[in-house]
Design a protein around this ligand. Structure first.
Ligand SMILES: NC(=O)c1ccc[n+]([C@@H]2O[C@H](COP(=O)([O-])OP(=O)(O)OC[C@H]3O[C@@H](n4cnc5c(N)ncnc54)[C@H](OP(=O)(O)O)[C@@H]3O)[C@@H](O)[C@H]2O)c1
Length: 295
């Protein structure tokens, strides 16, 4: 089989995808991109039999070298939102130079692509990258992700914090999200990588099987924790002031506001069966996910 390169493997999504793929094809056909061969996570991957390739999205030349001999590239979007545009341009340029045949890119679902959208900065980088990938002439598969279920504990804090505040306090209004646990994305995407020719030049909308509001999250957690957890959706100004009074860094407050308003606007209230079809099952119920996280 032709060689596949997976990026972002020292992170949650890429690492899980590589490991699911290893259960489906021989590990000799899987290479992984790392920035530091000596990191614990890179060493663990090497011990599991993955071929390490060294590369950084900031370095076009290094990426071009790392991509030599690769047929299929699983390109995980960068995690520094402010740097995505030049980094993603480098990845696509390097893929062209190295003659990669098929790129799978992890993008985002969205409704509003306008510059007024709360999530404009996030959506814009993904839209531009999708366009570069499509215009590269390389066969593509665009994997548009809904929000990770992991975002919920990230927004709510620890079980102890929640039991103390007894409140979910977020300006998400009545917006619903088709959350997906990250492992479900990884499992589905390993299925695709094991048979990429079935997904050539396709855009897949990967949404969870349920649409859940934070009001519903509060009900699930009330049951799971055995204590009443309320849901309060404040005005944005009040939310910002309250968070600042807890000394939360401005950057974090901005991120919370941006995603909360995106949720309130219904950006993530999406319904497709693309993910169920690739997984061959429904996505993990959000109640199951939350019961495990807040156990
Ligand atoms: N849909 C959602 O709700 C959601 C939520 C969070 C993130 N995301 C997006 O999904 C991606 C994957 O999520 P995740 O949870 O797996 O993220 P993560 O755990 O933060 O992992 C990010 C991975 O990208 C690598 N990376 C970052 N900058 C790089 C660069 N300049 N060159 C090469 N590799 C680089 C990191 O490598 P190092 O170990 O070397 O840093 C790491 O392996 C994120 O990067 C982000 O774009 C989506």
């Amino acid at each position: 089989m032709a060689k596949i390169l997976i990026t972002g493997v020292t992170g949650g999504l890429g690492g899980a995808t590589a490991r699911f793929l290893k259960e489906r094809i021989t590990v000799e056909d899987i290479a992984v991109l790392v920035r530091d061969r000596e990191s614990d996570s890179a060493k663990a991957l090497a011990n599991e039999g993955f071929e390490l390739r060294l590369g950084d999205y900031d370095n076009l030349e290094g990426l071009t070298t790392a991509f030599q001999g690769i047929e299929t590239l699983y390109f995980v979007s960068a995690n520094d939102i402010g740097k995505r545009i030049p980094q993603h341009r480098n990845v696509v340029e390097a893929a062209k130079k190295a003659n990669i045949k098929h790129i799978l890119y992890t993008s985002t679902v969205r409704k509003d692509e306008s510059s007024e959208a709360p999530l404009h900065i996030v959506v814009d980088a993904h839209v531009q990258t999708e366009n570069w990938v499509k215009q590269s002439g390389i066969t593509y598969t665009i994997l548009r992700h809904n929000l990770y279920a992991e975002v919920i504990p990230m927004f709510l804090g620890s079980k102890e914090q929640l039991l103390q505040s007894k409140t979910i306090y977020l300006p998400t209004g009545n917006g619903k999200t088709a959350f997906v646990p990250r492992e479900d994305f990884a499992e589905a995407e390993a299925n695709i990588l094991a048979a990429p020719s079935n997904y050539e030049n396709k855009v897949l909308e990967f949404n969870g099987s349920e649409q859940t509001s934070f009001e519903e999250v509060s009900k699930i957690l009330t049951k799971a924790l055995g204590h009443p957890i309320a849901y309060v959706s404040p005005e944005v100004g009040e939310f910002e002031q309250t968070m600042a009074s807890y000394q939360l860094p401005e950057e974090i407050i901005g991120m919370l506001v941006m995603f909360s308003l995106g949720i309130a606007n219904g950006e993530f209230e999406q319904k497709t069966d693309d993910l169920e079809n690739v997984l061959g099952r429904k996505t993990t119920p959000i109640s199951t996910f939350l019961e495990e996280v807040f156990a």
